[in-house]
Design a protein around this ligand. Structure first.
Ligand code: ATP
Ligand code: MG
Length: 255
C-alpha cells in the first residue's frame, strides 16, 4: 500500500464526562478509500470533526507530512482536507449550482462568493467542477434550490461541494444515508471514479454493501476505540466486529 497521506496517533476527544474517542490511531494511505464504520455513537463523526478542526482533541494528526494539531478548520481545509456533514450541511435557499460553487472557493473567498450570489451575480463553475457535476449526475438540477431536493439528493450536492475545492483527502460522513440500494451502489461507483482521479477518501457509512464494495481497508470503532482494521472481508469476519456491530444491523435476508 502507498505511503500514508493521513496518520492519526493517540487521538482522544472528551465531551465533558464522555470519552468519544479513546486513544485512536489509524492511517489512510495516499490514493486509498478507507471506510470508518461502527455502531451509532461509536465516535465516527467525532473523528471527522477532530480531523477537520471542528472538535478539540489530544494526540497527533499528520497530513501530507506535516502536523495539523492546533490549526483551525479553515487552515486545514486550505491544506486540502475537505469534509461533508452528516446532515448534508448545504444552503437550502441556494441552488445546487450555487452550493457547489461555494465549495470551489477557499475559505477566504467563500464570503465574497456568498455575497455575490445573494446580490444576484452568478459565476460559473470551473471545468474541473463541471466534471464533478457530471460525474454525480447533478447537471439536470443545477438551477433547483437545494431545499427542494430529497435527502439523498442533498447528500450528493454536499459530496460535489466537498470535491469542488480540489481536496487531497475528503472525509464523507454518511453520504449514502437517504439513498436506496440502487442509488447507493451507483454512488459507490462514482466514489471509485473520484478515487481514481487522485483523491484519497475516508468514508463513514452504515451501508455495508457500499463500504465493502468500495473500500480498500476498513477501520471499526466501538465506544471510541478501534476494535479492528484491515481488508473489508477480514474485518467483517472478525468475531469482535460481529459481536459489536454486525449483529445489530444484520437483516433477516442476510441470516
Ligand atoms: N457535541 C457533543 N457533546 C457531547 N457529546 C457528544 C457530542 N458529539 C458527540 N457526542 C457523544 O460522543 C459519542 C460519539 O458520537 P458520534 O456522533 O461521534 O458517533 P457516530 O459514530 O458518528 O454515531 P452515528 O452513527 O449515530 O452518526 C456519543 O456518545 C455522542 O453522544
Ligand atoms: Mg455520526
Amino acid at each position: 500500500m502507498n505511503e500514508p497521506l493521513l496518520t492519526v496517533s493517540g487521538l482522544t476527544v472528551r465531551y465533558g464526562g464522555v470519552v468519544a474517542l479513546d486513544d485512536v490511531s489509524l492511517r489512510v494511505p495516499k490514493g486509498a478509500i478507507v471506510g470508518l464504520i461502527g455502531p451509532n455513537g461509536a465516535g465516527k463523526t467525532t473523528m471527522v470533526d477532530a480531523l477537520t478542526g471542528f472538535a478539540r482533541y489530544t494526540g497527533e494528526v499528520r497530513f501530507a507530512g506535516t502536523r495539523l494539531d492546533g490549526l483551525p478548520a479553515h487552515r486545514r481545509a486550505a491544506r486540502g482536507l475537505a469534509r461533508t456533514f452528516q446532515s448534508a450541511g448545504i444552503f437550502d435557499d441556494l441552488t445546487v449550482e450555487e452550493n457547489i460553487l461555494i465549495g470551489e472557493r477557499s475559505a477566504a473567498r467563500r464570503f465574497s462568493t456568498l455575497r455575490a450570489i445573494f446580490g444576484g451575480r452568478t459565476e460559473k463553475p470551473r471545468a474541473q467542477t463541471r466534471r464533478i457535476i457530471d460525474l454525480l449526475d447533478l447537471g439536470g438540477s443545477l438551477e433547483v434550490p437545494a431545499g427542494e431536493l430529497s435527502e439523498g439528493h442533498r447528500k450528493l450536492v454536499s459530496v460535489a461541494q466537498a470535491l469542488a475545492g480540489g481536496p487531497q483527502l475528503v472525509l464523507f460522513d454518511e453520504p449514502a444515508a437517504g439513498l436506496d440500494s440502487t442509488e447507493s451502489a451507483w454512488l459507490g461507483r462514482q466514489l471509485r471514479a473520484v478515487s481514481e482521479s487522485g483523491v484519497t477518501i475516508l468514508l463513514v457509512d452504515h451501508d455495508m454493501e457500499l463500504v465493502t464494495s468500495v473500500c480498500d481497508e476498513l477501520v471499526v470503532l466501538d465506544f471510541g476505540k478501534v476494535i479492528a482494521a484491515g481488508p473489508p472481508r477480514q474485518v467483517l469476519d472478525d468475531p469482535g466486529v460481529v459481536a459489536a456491530y454486525l449483529g445489530s444491523v444484520t437483516t433477516a435476508g442476510d441470516a
